[in-house]
Design a protein around this ligand. Sequence first.
Ligand SMILES: *Cc1c(COP(=O)(O)O)cnc(C)c1O
Length: 360
Amino acid sequence: MARVFNFSAGPAMLPQAVIERAQQELLEWNGSGMSVMEMSHRGKEYMSIAEKAEADLREVMNIPANYKVLFLQGGASSQFAMVPMNLLRGAGKADYLLTGDWSKKAIAEAKRYCQVNLAADTSEGNFTRAPAQSELTLSADAAYVHYCPNETIRGVEFPYIPEVGDKPLVADMSSTILSREIDVSRFGIIYAGAQKNIGPAGLTIVIVREDLIGETIAGTPTMFDYKTHADNGSMYNTPTTYSWYVAGLVFEWIKEQGGLGKIAEVNARKADKLYAAIDGSDFYANPVEVSARSWMNVPFTLANAELDAPFLAGAKERGLVTLKGHRSVGGMRASIYNAMPEEGVDALVAFMAEFEKSHA
Ligand SMILES: *Cc1c(COP(=O)(O)O)cnc(C)c1O
């Protein structure tokens, strides 16, 4: 059976070259006599894999030396709690931008630990835009500012990095990390679950400025303290060794593609093609303000929801799968992360035109 173009929002496609490399090395890694899955995380072979992955990520994202890169577990969802636990530092308040389903979850969790000031709230327009910088109502006594640069479910992406003065800016980048170059120094913390643009599920990457590590609220579990992981090279307990290894292969693949600048060119082209297909037809629609449309997650509806099922069936016949939209939004969602080849988007656009012709 041939591999399909998988438009899943996550876990998502991995680059084929990465899977092939993992396959080659599956039984026996580099003369070690064993699979990476069977290695001690403290052995010299595995340490070399882990260190190379971190070095490559630092190079690819141009991460400054005063940031730690942590390879954790628990998903982005655990960061919803770890962020307030580590960053409140005696303050009772934090600023959150409410722009969709994921920031909403982050806010619900933060409310267990502090007062949340909604520095922006786009729920009124049903989360179809990013707030402008001038709309942000930041509070003087907030410990940090949290936002979600790309809301995965509704496909809304900030076209800018919020300016928040000297407060640490915290970003849930789960569905947009590595999609383009960013200035890491603008952030206090960047976190992301791996299963969208980094590698296999299970791994969570946290990039944290060193001065933000070391002061937690009372009762913080050892495993929820960034210092625990920063002091132990993310090996205080057994890390997700295999996911970390595959993530390392993805970072190498990004370097081979020419780095994030080149990756971004392809991503922009893929997104442009898909939005052009949607906008160029009365049959398909996307409600997101043009300036805030996501490069990574493209939701769209058909003129008639009764055609959703035949659309999905026809797409599947052509090897275009997992296009069903999130249950809260309906319609379709095409997630086109780094590993989705441009041919996958071309095939989807061609099918959309064909389907419209036969059903409009
Ligand atoms: C997928 C996703 C999450 C949840 O990630 P888990 O790793 O499943 O906890 C959180 N935030 C965003 C923006 C996401 O896309």
